[in-house]
Design a protein around this ligand. Sequence first.
Ligand code: ADE
Length: 200
Amino acid sequence: MELPRCELVSWEMVERWSDRLEELIRGADRIPGVLVGLTRGGWVPSRMLADRLGVKKLYALRAQHWGITATPDGKAELTESLHAPLQGEKVLVVDDITDTGESLALAEEHVSSLRPGRLESATFLHLTHSKFRPTYVGEEVPRERWAWFVFPWNYWEDLRVLSRQAAGSPADVSAVRETLRERCHLDVPLEDVRRALQGA
Ligand code: ADE
């Protein structure tokens, strides 16, 4: 299995994208009445936006990915519907990233069937090759800069998957750390690799 190039996302970057989205949404005078966060990736971003925009109505919609860490063609599927009173509401759907754009496109389709008065979307990161462009974007990433973005809320899961892929058997923790550094551009503490391999 090919190991992907990764970018480790810091909380500072998360704060910056949240601020940027707030600025864009306020600037457009489009404060939503309801936020819908796609879980799991959009859970933290939607909560941060709810805080910044002062939105009290926050719902989660589960978008499931049929794929594993760093397979950009992983298929998305909505396995559960949203039971929330959205009729006539100004709704903003939030996710962490649009890569293929499939999750967000599916989510918008589903949310629009609940007859909102307005429907917009926002993501922290938008890969410009995505087939779906959100209304608001924290940062655009051109195709050449494609990476697997290791968000703070997915750190251990990603590290477990990547460490397992990088490990020979028996796994040598230092060798795995070095492989992650060289092949994934992921520089993480040795202790984290050890912990990830234990939990893998
Ligand atoms: N989910 C879909 N594409 C992703 C990427 N490139 N990085 C992190 N999470 C993703």
